[in-house]
Design a protein around this ligand. Structure first.
Ligand code: ADP
Ligand code: MG
Length: 300
């Protein structure tokens, strides 16, 4: 496209809430044949809520929730926020005071699997099964049962280990965005295939994919795995767009021919992307590709 065409289209995009950072993205977007969507915060609203809890040890529920919430207090991840929110509500409900709440020490984020830290001298890990595996923490059949039960309901199970033992779990649910199914079906009419990549487990991922009409799913992928998936798809010859919101999506956003970040996403994702969907509405994936198609056909 001519510099003028790029400038005009960039302006049109901006006025519609689609921020295009440079001519390359605009040139590449019309070639896109595959759009890879992250799940949490991208296809889903990204505001998961805790809908059930389960204890596998004899700690009181409040102490259990406090430990998890303290460990997650600094977490940017929506699941972490859900745990904190749930614990707050629990305190409100019982009118208990939170003055005794300490702060987490040695806080650590394990992107794509959870968080960890020291709470009152106890080593607490909050996250998925992979997080437990990488720390050599056994996941017993009771825990497995609760997990698969939750996952079949499209919920994500969050495990909490205290000093090396899974002492309880939360099930969180995160509804899909109202426009998700419509956008994916519209992309199909444009000749574009939609794929999901997620760090979440296979059962939950498959249940969500079905809700929005996505047939191809790659679950339990870490941030580098997401980027590798993009590269694999590129090897098949067509241009690939990635839509994501998290730190965990940044390598994939960079690897993609067109990286699109959800406006409400993390700064790291927004920086890594070529296009920012300011309104956080998935319809704007279509807007961006359409704009590119029009820009390039205008000059031909
Ligand atoms: P997605 O790809 O769906 O956005 P992430 O890659 O961010 O998900 O995370 C993958 C999985 O890791 C989550 O589904 C969750 O099970 C777990 N996880 C990540 N961060 C946290 C956290 N702060 N607390 C608990 N679990 C987490
Ligand atoms: Mg996400």
């Amino acid at each position: 496209a001519t510099p003028t065409a790029v400038m005009v289209s960039t302006g049109i995009g901006a006025s519609q809430g689609v921020l295009i950072k440079g001519g390359n993205a605009l040139e590449n977007a019309h070639k896109v044949k595959t759009v890879v969507f992250d799940k949490t915060g991208t296809l889903t609203v990204g505001k998961p809520v805790v809908v059930s809890t389960m204890l596998f040890s004899d700690v009181p529920i409040q102490d259990f929730c406090d430990m998890a919430a303290i460990a997650e207090a600094n977490s940017e991840h929506p699941i972490g926020k859900a745990v904190v929110e749930y614990t707050k509500k629990l305190h409100q409900q019982y009118g208990s005071n939170t003055e005794h709440m300490t702060e987490v020490k040695d806080f650590e984020v394990y992107p794509g699997s959870g968080v960890g830290g020291n709470v009152n001298g106890k080593r607490v890990l909050v996250g998925n099964k992979r997080l437990m595996k990488t720390h050599n923490i056994p996941v017993n059949p009771d825990v497995e049962d609760y997990m698969s039960e939750s996952e079949q309901l499209a919920r994500t199970c969050v495990l909490v280990a205290v000093n090396g033992i899974v002492s309880g779990a939360f099930a969180v649910t995160d509804p899909v965005k109202p426009e998700a199914e419509r956008v994916i079906s519209f992309l199909r009419t444009m000749g574009i295939t939609s794929i999901m990549v997620t760090g979440d487990n296979w059962a939950t991922a498959t249940a969500i994919a079905k809700e929005v009409g996505i047939q191809t799913v790659f679950a339990e992928t870490d941030p580098q795995g997401k980027a590798n998936k993009i590269k694999d798809l590129q090897m098949e010859g067509d241009a690939v767009a990635m839509v994501g919101d998290g730190i965990n999506d940044s390598p994939a956003l960079v690897a993609a021919d067109v990286g699109m970040a959800i406006g409400a996403g993390t700064d790291v994702a927004i920086e890594a992307a070529d296009v920012v969907l300011i309104k956080s509405n998935l319809e704007d994936v279509v807007t961006a590709i359409d704009l590119s198609r029009k820009t390039l056909s205008r000059i031909r």
